[in-house]
Design a protein around this ligand. Sequence first.
Ligand code: NAD
Length: 292
Amino acid sequence: MEIERIGIVGAGQMGGGIAHVCALAGYDVLMTDVGQEALDGSLALIRRNLDRAVERGKVVAADRDAALGRIATTMTLSDLGRTDLVIEAATERETIKQAIFEDLVPHLQPHTILTSNTSSISITRLASRTDRPERFMGFHFMNPVPVMQLVELIRGIATDDATFTACKGVVDRLGKQAATAEDFPAFIVNRILMPMINEAVYTLYEGVGTVTSIDTSLRLGANHPMGPLELADFIGLDTCLAIMNVLHDGLADTKYRPCPLLVKYVEAGWLGRKTRRGFYDYRGEGDPTPTR
Ligand code: NAD
């Protein structure tokens, strides 16, 4: 099946990045969000990121202009009914995602494929609430989308081969690499990554190290490009907590218990870079300063 028009639900850090790469690859993109501000902010960020890519010689100016011309926005979810593929990238909460799919389904064309960029929620369960579980799957990009090469493709129990092949074709056209994961909590990347981040927060909580010593240790001691707390801020602490809760609930193993300090940061609204404060404070002019 030929995919030409892609609908994106949620214009946050992931939705915007997905719109960026899809438009650059020649797809027509229609993006929606519950807030006009999110849509405007996302478009402005895509423009800035594409401008930077042009300055660095990674994208030619004509391709940037064409990509920007292919992205449209709407506040009306049902407008996405005319797309061939929907990528849902709204907040990581199952009730929100279910409500989006329920509202969208009556407006879809029969051939439209539904996907979710969820980091952890069961694809089979999300699919079962729609009229097309066979044309539903997980389409999990990494952050930042324009930079990261991997897309995890997750089949629900009912996903058919044509749907998988069509989604794999999109990943190929985006110039990215697909890895296939089975539909179990948090799939592959976050099943391994999030317990490490959660353990870093426990290490901080128990006073074994400071924010700086923990991040320095993993950067220089394990050759990670970013420390785990820096990375958690980058991902969003609410998203990290949501994924730990899905692992804890879904696998019923206490080793996935979210660290109480992670819960506290989220309760404070210190969600990382997106709120300008998390394990680091990003509000000043200079380098971010540790908050513990
Ligand atoms: P975000 O908080 O930056 O953005 C979420 C956006 O969804 C917000 O703009 C919000 O207004 C919008 N939204 C909420 N309810 C909505 C609704 N009913 N309809 C339309 N829009 C709605 O979050 P994010 O980091 O972009 O994460 C989005 C999804 O991508 C989550 O499922 C997350 O697990 C997944 N994801 C995140 C990362 C990451 O590193 N942050 C990586 C891979 C996947």
